[in-house]
Design a protein around this ligand. Structure first.
Ligand code: ZN
Length: 100
């Protein structure tokens, strides 16, 4: 079973970032966006801020070798949609990024 980073939508995590019960963060680092589970992702605002900062700084993967060659953040963020998370704001962020 794979788990998802609720900040960037990366869905190849081997352990649940917030524990099986969803409230016991494991403080591991997302290999994609580099968020620390239980820290920057503990609030929706925190996630948004972290994602925006990461996008602004070139979207560098925390573990670059795991980055698929055809990777696209837009595609990855669709994983969050499946979780019924607010996706609009992320799309706005991406748009802002692309307009720069
Ligand atoms: Zn992530």
């Amino acid at each position: 079973m794979k788990y998802i980073c609720t900040t960037c939508g990366y869905n190849e995590l081997n352990t649940p970032p917030w524990g099986e019960d969803g409230s016991t963060p494991n403080f591991e680092i997302c290999p994609c966006c580099g968020v620390e589970f239980g820290y920057e992702d503990s609030t929706e605002k925190g996630k948004e801020r972290f994602l925006a900062y990461w996008i602004d700084n070139g979207m560098n993967w925390f573990v670059p070798k795991l980055k698929p060659c055809d990777w696209s953040l837009n595609e990855q963020l669709k994983n969050l949609c499946a979780l019924n998370m607010k996706k609009m704001k992320y799309e706005e962020l991406i748009k802002e990024y692309k307009d720069k």
